[in-house]
Every structure is written in structure tokens, then in C-alpha cells.
Ligand binder design. Sequence first.
Ligand code: ZN
Length: 448
Amino acid sequence: MNRFVVPIILLLLATACGQKTETVNADDVDLIVRCGVMINGLSDEPTRDQLIVVRQERISEILAGNDPSMADAEILDLSEHTCLPGLIDMHVHLDGRPEDADDYTIYLRRTPEDTQQLAEELAGIVLKAGFTTVRNVGTYKAWVARDLRDQIEAGKVEGPRIRIAGPYLTIPHGGGDMYIPGIDDSEIPDYYRMGVARGPDEFRARTQEFVAGGADFIKVIASGAVFGHGGIPGAPEMTFEEIKAVVEVADAAGIKVTAHAHSAESIKDAILAGVSSIEHASLGDDESVALALEHDVAFTMDVYNGTYTEEIGEAHGYAEEFMRKNEETTEAQREVFRKSLDAGVTLLFGTDLGVLPHDMGTRQFAEMVKHGMAPMKAIQSATSAAADHMGVAGDVGAIEVGRYADLIAVRGNPLDDIAELQDIRVVIKGGTIVNRQSEQATTGAHTE
Ligand SMILES: [Zn+2]
């Protein structure tokens, strides 16, 4: 890569006026990205004309300027684009598609190999859609996300960086159990029910197994799922004592617990039992919002998903029960979102990919802004704030020297029009360009 040597030295001479002249060993430069506008995920203000130098997958320098001496260098020229950090979705499922909710017996026809293959395919889709890091908050098939993560880290599969929960911790026939009306539990393979438990002792034992299995965090289903047969979102499933037993084991292992909870009572139980984040939080009340603030518990709310389910559910043949529960939780959740935002609760980007098609995650940004969030805060909820919560801020979540060169780019400025994030043109993970829309292919999507 010697061709980079001259331009970099020129650039530093030009931009480091008055300071000591540095020479850069450019032999190991993987990529230089020129950004017209840069939103780095940390600052509330964007900057113009930045050059990002990537070495060994990480950002080694960020240089101000748009030096003409760079014009002939081999760089990725995004001077007509806005660069942002690779996005983080805190609520992803990589072992199923929305259509699976048409009829859960598909899980009985899928072999473990089929599921692994599906997960690999979905991982590629999620990455190309701009999410370079995800928190996989559970799979029905135990440990499929862990195996997928290992394949990605080994370079055998293309996908995002993944943090994994163990299997869903849930009560029998609760929101995380593979319960299918008309099918006896004995016909469901064991690997779909590894986190089913009742009583604090059983939940403690399951959690210990998941910690031993290498879970990065633990997920509990505190109260009923919209897409689960039989449960009622507004009714608690796990008890306070059961959630507390899980948290104690996780605490001892130094990992966090996230709770899927719709009902106000479950949200409060989960917060008081010591979880770190709540998913959905659709039917929260003022008291649960105040408790979240007091205990520094974050909410991840899938405020766009309800619209998608409403639009396609009937044509898909979703159960009437799912449609009704979706209706009961969608607008209610948006109200809680607004209240939580006003109260100052930490809101992390968590559109439920799995319920929403895996290439549609960024649609949630517009819904967040529509319900009162400033565009920059919405972006930070999917970048630096999410990375902080997961304890991975040294690696991802911002365009900053030292972190991985995980970047995305859009054509316009999402601070002016957040919907720009629905049209991500470039995705870079660890300095490797994994998706690049050609201008020809996308002409007409936006006119400027
Ligand atoms: Zn989910």
C-alpha cells in the first residue's frame, strides 16, 4: 500500500501548520474515507470535511480538511455524503423471519442446520442494512446466535458484531416458550425450550447454565409477548422473586439482564429486581417511568414495528390474537416513549428485528423523531449510548480514533431529514466496505 505514503505526508504537512511535522508510516493503511459531513456519535455538532484513516480494522487518525493533494489518492470519496458510526440495534433476533408468525409449526419443520443457515443469511442482511453491531436478545433455538457469532468472528460468515443472550428465560407457555396450540409440548424439540422454568430455584439453575455457556447478557420474558400464543401483554408472567434470582446469578458473573416486559407491574418488578434494560415497555405507567429514571434502567422500544404488523398482518394470516395485541400495545407504547423521553429515561435504539424484516430496521428513526426525539439523540441512541450500555464503547458506537472503523453513509443530512437513514448508501465494517449502493442503482430514490 505504498501509494498512500506521499498523500498522507502531504496532508499532514498541510494540516499540522505550526506544529511539529509528523510522518506517517502508511504501509498498513487499509482505507481512507473522505466524509463531506461527519456525525461522530459523540458530539452534538456535525463536522465538515473529515478524512478517516483506517489501519488494521480501526480508526488510526481523523484529519480535518479536504486537502486537494488528496485528490489523486485512492480514497473512498464520500464528500457528497454524511458519514455516521455503524448503527447498533439493541433488539435483534437472527433465527426467524416475521412470516414465521403466520404459523409457528415452521419451527418444527426446520432442522438445526436450516436454522443456522437462516441465521447466517439474516446476519448478512442486517449488516448490509447498516447495523454493524447488534444485541441478539434471544432465539428460540438455543445458542444459534453464539454459533453464528463464532462463524462471523472466524471470517466464515459476513455479519454484524453480535452480543448474545442465552435462550429465553420464560415460564411454561410464556412469551419465550415455543408453545403452539394443538401441539403437545412433548413434540417440541428440547433445544427450543432450554430456558423454560418455574420458581426461583429453576430460574437460578437455568441462568447458571447460560452463564457457563458464554452468554454476554441474560434475557428474561417478564410479561407476555404480542407474538406468543395465549399470553396477555398486560399480565405479569415471571414473578419478582424469579427475576431477582436471575439477576443475582448474572450479577455474580458480571453481566447484565434485560427484561422483555409490556405490563406496568412487570416493568416495576423487573426494575426493582435489578435488570438493566426493559424491552417494549408498552403498557408502562408514570410510576414505572419514574422508577426507570431512579434506577438508571434503559428502555428499548420498538416504536415502528406496530405499524408494520398492522399493515401486513392480515395479508400474512397472523393470528387474530396477535393483531389484537399489536393494536393494544402500539399507540400505548408511543405514549410511554414520549413520557420517558420527557422524563429523561435513557432510550436505546431497539427495533425488534425478527418481528420487522431484517432490512427495515432504520425505519424506526423517523418514528422516534415523530414522537419527540431530536434527530441527533435518535442517532446517539443507536450508536454511542447503545455502546456505553453494552460496555463496548472502546470498540464501537462512535467515529473516534481507536474504535473499529465501522461506518455508514447516507446521501443527505439526517439531521435535516431523519428519513435519509432509510437509504443507507455505504456500510463499512472494520475498514472493509460491505455494502455500497451505486448511484445509478439508486437514482430517483432521492433528488437533491
Ligand atoms: Zn423481541
